[in-house]
Design a protein. Structure first.
Length: 211
């Protein structure tokens, strides 16, 4: 019996955006615009580019995107739907800076919660960012009031489900995500919460500078 699975842990049905992009992308686009990269150097690396939908949006904003993702399914959808994109199979556990170089901005949306070795991810992320550049990292937000609300509403099992094969295995708070990025060498680091009111935010976006 063929038991092969896509170990990226995420199922891509097509090359379109998903529901999380509705609250993530406006904030991400605003953050990237504030960094004032381009037009002289509009390069941006997407670590975990999935099905290419975010890379396509950024391309239309004038950025030149290079991206990698470990999902064969996601990359297949991306190459079918957006054949002009410069995206490839690749993992945060590889030495990507040697292969692709360094970039003024590296973006990684909703990736780190899937990883068994987040410090390797953070090391790769740091290496991909050129000196003076910025990493923009999002992940689902967890904090006291949100976790309490999940418990009181009886939604903990659905939220922290153990039944999603290769799904979310790390649940990040602002202090733990900040510590991860600081250990890798980033600083200063600011964190924005998006989706719902801050205490119950769906996700958070860390903006981490590399001196």
């Amino acid at each position: 019996m063929d038991t092969a699975v896509d170990i990226s842990g995420y199922i891509y049905e097509n090359g379109e955006q998903n529901a999380s992009h509705e609250y993530l992308l406006p904030a991400v686009l605003e953050i990237i615009a504030s960094l004032r990269i381009g037009p002289a150097d509009p390069r941006l690396f997407e670590l975990g580019c999935g099905n290419g939908a975010v890379a396509e949006t950024l391309t239309h904003r004038g950025y030149r995107i290079v991206g990698v993702d470990p999902s064969e399914q996601g990359i297949t959808h991306a190459k079918t739907r957006y054949p002009h994109l410069d995206i490839h199979l690749g993992s945060a556990y590889e030495d990507l800076a040697v292969k692709y170089g360094r970039f003024p901005v590296v973006l990684s949306l909703e990736v780190v919660e899937h990883l068994y070795a987040p410090r390797l991810f953070a090391h790769t992320l740091f290496d991909l960012v050129e000196p003076g550049g910025t990493a923009v990292v999002s992940t689902p937000y967890h904090g006291y009031w949100k976790n309490l609300a999940l418990a009181l509403s009886g939604r903990l099992d659905r939220h922290f489900t153990a039944l999603w094969d290769h799904g979310h295995i790390k649940f990040w708070s602002i202090p733990t995500l900040t510590q991860l990025l600081r250990e890798a060498g980033f600083g200063p680091i600011t964190v924005h919460r998006v989706g719902r009111m801050p205490a119950l935010a769906k996700s958070m976006i860390a903006v981490a500078r590399k001196r």
